[in-house]
Design a protein around this ligand. Structure first.
Ligand SMILES: Nc1ncnc2c1ncn2[C@@H]1O[C@H](COP(=O)(O)OP(=O)(O)OP(=O)(O)O)[C@@H](O)[C@H]1O
Ligand SMILES: [Mg+2]
Length: 825
């Protein structure tokens, strides 16, 4: 079956195929989060690679990094210089040549997807025992530690992991409890503030001390209450995972000692994007122990290797601290650095452009990054009238490239913000070009999926109040807000959890008899199914049982709303995900070798929930083998670490990229420029840059001047195939704003305004009731989420017309035409 982690409705857009070559001159190649390349030549199977094979295809400094022993090692180098390749080979080298036990290796990657690929490569080199390594993101590694040690922090091992939506709900409750005006204190703003504190390891008490005005005091109070409620719910948010692990090590030196004894080798990719908390964690494991006066039997610190590129630091907004890489030699005694200077990814043209752009950032260490891949093609520039014309250009150009022998899987389209994918999706749907949006609408964010997961979480952790309240009256079972409030008040008074209060609801004052009966029914079902969890029943079986026993499925099935049909299918998909997990815990992109594989424990519901909780945006990158026929769309942030033969860098406009927010801020502008550097250096052979003169953002069309980054491109390396139509000044078009006079719309501009107005109109129609298209069986249609389909049947009349449409692998859907975002082709 398809990967369970793809978005239902888009799976049909994944033909198969794929080949690889790590050599830029090697023609067709696939995208890869780590390295494609000559790894493919290394024999698969249990036989370990020879010493020569482990060092094959590495240059001298790369080899030096692989075989380095002892002191902390920093590999700094520009994009595409083989940092990730070196890290991967070093792991294999440690196991194969230095006799390191795989279980003594902790390797940190930025995404679960990258971790899975890295593990696979190492396994190819050293065989199955590679599975005992910890190759994971910071978050996954911390979860594994915390599951074992949770009790020391006052948590149960079954703690829930709250994602952004859960945290927001909880913050809503917190703000209410503290009677903070929701207009002044937005949940997201408070959460961001708290996240910043956690990334800096500032705990609740410290934050309260630091607060210097009434606003901050209120934030600090919200932080305190939020943490209290998280811990009452036996839950942690994402930032807690790291902070709690650091605090654990600080508070329990013996625990830290255990992990220092265990991890003899720590390796970190993308080190430039670590934040302070992550840095502290590495420090705990790898720095000399300041309390070690030689008297106690302390363990020597682990061998540490970090690789990174300060020019690619793009997560400052999430607390990443570029100083971590700049100060490495200060932070770790007797550290060594190795520089890599040869780029193996891109042509000279692409590299020169990237180097020149990033050269505009101040206070960076200049780097010499060179390639012997040859000049390659010039960069192609295109100025479109509006964003639709830009998308058309990209689409036409892809057609042309494919006719000339390229595969759609070789192509990536990048943009600054998620919302920009929409126009590209529209045109690809029209032309029938299969595509994949990485990090778009997420399967796990759909309501029904979240509801189902909330049920499971409560079964594992009844203290999880947010999940419990979510499902208490979903489906509707006659437990109203009033009853919920009574239970909540009772819980607070008795200092018991919300679930316990439910079991004793008859003792809580003010609840109507009918509500009591309904509460009892709910508690009975949960208690009964929880016994299956106790008995270690398979996650898929538990899921099916609870969907059935809770009445959730029945309610959807009885509904006339065609959307509910889709919901049932999504739940079926979730059951399939759980089944696949039960049968093969290694499956899925965030696979992590746990004790499960060691054969000690069978994969339980808790393991399944953990897997699901840790699936990050970027994990929707399809497997290389699935992507040969699929164009990849993604934001620049998601593109980090990847490579593609052909790249379209779109929306190069001031206010779009660089982002509006950064225009007035020198340091944010530098971060945007690093993002541009990341984008340009993803391209191996061919780079396109484009911009739109008029763009409708949030519905209102605006004239955006050309991105200032375009000014920074070497003029002679860009071949402008089309320049702005309205300002025919070919010699000045590189300069910012020259082609798009503000406030002076030309005829073309006005046309765009009116077409934008028409689109707006269409949008507002689409969100309310819409005109019912006249359809006949056999008609081709396109749906906003399911893509292209064929009408197979029609029923009902006028307002009640329902069409059954076959959307290929997304299945046949019944859609109420009055509301469905459906267009006849
Ligand atoms: N010595 C080498 N010979 C041939 N190809 C190489 C060599 N080193 C790296 N490569 C190839 O160059 C490409 C870039 O390597 P890699 O992804 O490891 O670079 P990176 O430094 O991690 O890049 P980024 O900064 O973008 O993360 C890959 O296709 C890799 O297989
Ligand atoms: Mg890399």
């Amino acid at each position: 079956m398809n990967s369970p982690f793809t978005i239902p409705g888009l799976e049909h857009l994944q033909p198969s195929g794929g080949s690889g070559s790590g050599e830029a001159a090697g023609g067709q190649s696939r995208s890869s989060a780590v390295e494609g390349g000559d790894e493919a030549r290394v024999e698969r199977g249990p036989r370990a690679a020879s010493r020569e094979q482990l060092l094959e295809g590495l240059n001298d400094p790369q080899r030096a990094a692989v075989v380095h022993e002892g002191a902390p090692l920093l590999v700094v180098a520009g994009a595409g210089s083989g940092k990730t390749r070196v890290l991967t080979r070093r792991i294999a080298w440690l196991v194969a040549e230095r006799g390191a036990h795989p279980g003594s290796i902790l390797a940190i990657t930025f995404t679960n997807k990258a971790a899975a690929e890295m593990k696979e490569r190492v396994e190819e080199l050293v065989g199955k025992r590679a599975r005992l390594m910890w190759v994971s993101t910071f978050h996954s590694a911390c979860v594994r530690i915390l599951r074992k040690e949770a009790d020391k922090l006052g948590y149960k091992a079954s703690f829930s992991i709250y994602d952004a939506a859960d945290s927001k709900r909880l913050m809503g409750l917190v703000l209410k409890e503290l009677e903070l005006d929701p207009k002044k204190y937005q949940p997201n703003a408070v959460l961001n503030w708290i996240s910043d504190r956690k990334n800096e390891l500032v705990d609740v008490d410290e934050a309260a001390k630091q607060a210097s005005n009434a606003f901050e005091e209120a934030y600090a109070r919200a932080y305190r209450t939020y943490q209290r409620r998280l811990s009452e719910a036996n839950a942690m948010d994402f930032d807690d995972l790291i902070m709690a692990t650091v605090h654990l090590f600080m508070a329990f030196p013996d625990v830290r000692e255990t992990y220092r004894r265990r991890f003899r080798h720590v390796l970190v990719d993308e080190y430039q994007d670590t934040n302070h908390a992550q840095y502290a964690l590495i420090h705990q494991l790898c720095a000399h122990d300041p309390e070690d006066d030689g008297s106690a039997q302390r363990v020597a610190p682990a061998e540490l290797m970090v690789v990174g590129d300060a020019d690619q630091s793009i997560y400052a907004f999430r607390g990443a601290n570029i100083r971590n890489i700049l100060d490495f030699e200060k932070d770790f005694a007797d550290a060594t650095s190795i520089l890599l200077e040869q780029n193996y990814r891109s042509t000279q043209t692409i590299l020169a452009t990237a180097n020149q752009v990033i050269g505009h950032n101040k206070g960076r260490k200049p780097k010499r990054l060179w390639t012997d891949a040859g000049d390659g093609d010039k960069i192609v520039g295109w100025v479109a009238d509006d964003e639709h014309a830009e998308a058309r250009f990209v689409s036409d150009e892809i057609d042309r490239l494919v006719d000339a022998g390229a595969r759609p899987g070789d192509v990536a389209v990048f943009y600054r913000t998620n919302a920009q994918s929409r126009v590209f999706e529209e045109i690809f749907m029209r032309t029938g070009q299969p595509y994949k949006v990485v990090g778009g609408v997420r399967f796990y964010e759909r309501k029904e999926v979240r509801d189902a997961l909330a049920y499971l979480r409560v079964l594992v952790n009844p203290a999880d109040e947010i999940s419990l309240r979510r499902i208490l009256n979903t489906p509707k079972r006659g437990i109203g807000d009033r009853a919920e409030a009574c239970v909540s008040a009772y819980a607070e008074r008795e200092r018991i959890t919300f679930f316990e209060a439910l079991t004793k609801a008859h003792l809580a004052p003010g609840i109507a008899t009918r509500s009591l009966k309904n509460i009892q029914g709910f508690v009975d079902v949960m208690t009964e199914v929880a016994q299956m969890v106790e008995a270690d029943e398979r996650p898929d079986v538990i899921l099916e049982t609870i969907l059935d026993r809770s009445g959730y499925l029945a309610e959807l099935e009885a509904s006339d709303d065609p959307q509910d049909g889709t919901r049932v299918e999504n739940l079926a998909e979730l059951v399939a995900v759980a089944r696949e997990f039960a049968e093969d815990p290694q499956a899925g992109p965030s696979a992590d070798p746990t004790d499960v594989e060691a054969g000690t424990v069978s994969p339980g519901l808790g393991d399944f929930l953990e897997r699901v909780a840790l699936v990050a945006d970027s994990d929707q990158i399809p497997d290389a083998d699935d992507t040969a026929g699929v164009v990849t769309l993604m934001t620049l942030h998601t593109a980090k670490g990847l490579e593609f033969p052909i790249v379209f860098l779109t929306g190069l406009e001031d206010g779009v990229f660089p982002h509006m927010r950064a225009l007035g801020d020198a340091s944010e502008l530098e971060e945007e420029r690093r993002l541009a550097y990341v984008g340009i250096t993803r391209a191996r052979q061919k780079l396109y840059v484009s911009r739109a003169v008029v763009r409708s953002a949030w519905g209102a069309p605006s004239h955006n001047p050309a991105s200032r980054f375009i000014d920074e491109f070497p003029v002679d390396l860009v071949d402008w195939k089309r320049t702005a139509q309205m300002a025919p000044r070919p010699r000045t078009e590189y300069s910012r704003g020259a082609s798009a006079p503000m406030g002076a719309p030309t005829a073309a501009g006005r046309r765009n305004f009116s077409s934008a107005a028409a689109r707006l109109d269409a949008v507002s129609k689409a969100t309310s009731a819409r005109e019912i298209p006249s359809l006949a069986p056999g008609d081709r249609v396109v749906h906003d989420s399911f893509g292209m389909g064929t009408v197979v049947a029609l029923e009902g009349v006028a307002e009640k017309s329902v069409a059954s449409v076959d959307f290929g692998s997304a299945g046949v859907k019944r859609l109420l035409l009055r509301y469905a975002p459906l267009e006849k082709l």
